[in-house]
Design a protein around this ligand. Structure first.
Ligand code: ATP
Ligand code: MG
Length: 406
């Protein structure tokens, strides 16, 4: 019996990789414009890193992590997200001392033990960006602006931006109490998870998808109504900048996010086109995280998008790469001249069958290289769509000039 891949772990086939490269390249371009540099962090980290940052009572840490003990007896985890690792690296390499504001982006696989379905996998890919060292609401707005520009440049009108504020350690405790009191009166209608989490992570009830919980939490107090003056001003300023930059958004006071480190501005890009996998990108501010991980008190904000979900949204577009030029070779001299330049026949095929391949590849131009052409130093460049031919010198510049000149 042949060996298959693990459930929830996918191959990305050549028919799909063009689309992924387009997504990655577009992200790199947009990030570069806003001053971000790439950071590449390991795929495996000490388990403790994720427990301390994402939070012990979150779904990710409670049920979704790929954790194992290595041969040396250490508990290691395949990263379920990128922010924790990037902050670990920021602290470890003292990047915060090199520059007061650091703008970093990453892309790569993440691992969560979830039930695989369309848009939800066990190995999936994120593209994310983080800004540390700036707490000004202008930065929150710029990150949001950058995300929406990215989706624009990907050619996606969906998804739409929803924002919320989760307050700070000054105002969240009082809100939490108000919410716990509200939930206590509706104990009976809550699911088991939400009842259990009331002492540890009551905010998660607002995010619970169980219909009973959705109904029971209608009219629950909202964090935005309990913000301290500083958080309130900050959130108002973020919205002001978004309006001035004409970034469309809506307020979602029920958005709580599944990670504990968030403070103040949080956001999701949601779509109705992917069923229950509605979040395409998400992020927020995490002002206490760097300190919590043993670094200095450096504020931060970031986001990550799910590449598989973006690819699903872009799905029906063709990202086939077509060659500009196809060289057909005839005879030994041409074979030895041709193979140095680019893909040429390696099976001794007839000219006719080489030209069939040029058609199959949808090559824009073709040229036949044989003894005559080699001797003359020129050949007939054929435009495939209409068969028009022109004589070109057999030098790269000559051919390239003819191709770009149409
Ligand atoms: P969801 O509510 O769908 O579980 P999440 O809140 O757990 O999403 P984040 O941790 O915020 O997701 O990750 C950011 C993005 O990564 C998501 O918006 C989504 O596009 C993508 N993502 C998260 N988990 C998966 C997964 N298991 N498979 C594919 N993409 C995922
Ligand atoms: Mg999740």
């Amino acid at each position: 019996m042949s060996i298959t891949a693990i459930k929830g772990f996918n191959d990305l086939l050549p028919s799909e990789s063009g689309l992924w490269q387009f997504i990655e390249q577009t992200a790199r371009q947009v990030f570069a414009r806003y001053g971000f540099n790439e950071i590449r962090v390991p795929i495996v980290e000490k388990t403790e890193l994720f427990c301390r940052s994402i939070g012990d009572t979150t779904d990710i840490v409670e049920k979704e992590m790929y954790t194992f003990t290595d041969k040396g007896g250490s508990s290691l985890t395949l990263r379920p997200e990128g922010t924790a690792s990037v902050m670990r690296a920021l602290i470890e390499h003292k990047l915060y001392a090199l520059d007061s504001v650091n703008k970093l982006y990453y892309m790569g696989p993440m691992f969560r033990h979830e039930r695989p379905q369309k848009g939800r996998y066990r190995q999936f890919h994120q593209i994310g960006a983080e800004v540390t060292g700036a707490s000004d609401p202008l930065i929150d707005a710029q990150v949001l602006l950058m995300v929406s520009r990215l989706f624009q440049e990907l050619g996606l009108a969906e998804p739409s931006l929803q924002i919320n504020s989760l307050g700070c350690p000054a105002c969240r405790p009082a809100y939490r109490e108000a919410l716990v009191a509200f939930l206590a009166e509706r104990q009976g209608s809550l699911c088991e998870d939400c009842r259990r989490r009331q002492g540890t992570n009551p905010l998660r009830a607002l995010d619970c998808k169980v219909p009973g919980c959705v109904e029971a939490t209608q009219g629950a107090p909202a964090m935005v109504e309990h913000l301290c003056p500083d958080c309130n001003d900050h959130f108002a300023a973020v919205q002001g900048y978004l309006v001035s930059a004409e970034v469309p958004f809506s307020l979602n006071p029920r958005m709580v996010r599944g990670l504990d480190y968030y403070t103040r501005t949080t956001f999701e890009l949601v779509t109705g086109l992917l069923g229950s996998q509605s979040a395409v990108a998400a992020g927020g501010r995490y002002d206490g995280l760097v300190e919590q991980l043993g670094g200095p008190a450096v504020p931060g904000i970031g986001f990550a998008l799910g590449v598989e979900r973006v690819a699903l949204l872009l799905g029906d577009r063709s990202f086939e790469r077509v060659p500009d030029l196809f060289i057909a070779v005839m005879g030994d001299a041409a074979r030895t001249a041709g193979f140095r330049l680019m893909e040429t026949d390696c099976e001794g095929k007839s000219l006719k069958s080489q030209m069939r391949r040029a058609d199959k590849l949808k090559a824009r131009y073709s040229i036949v290289l044989g003894d005559t052409e080699l001797a003359a130093g020129s050949g007939a460049l054929k435009r495939m769509e209409d068969g028009r031919q022109q004589t070109v010198a057999l030098i790269a510049e000559g051919i390239a000039g003819a191709i770009t000149g149409g």
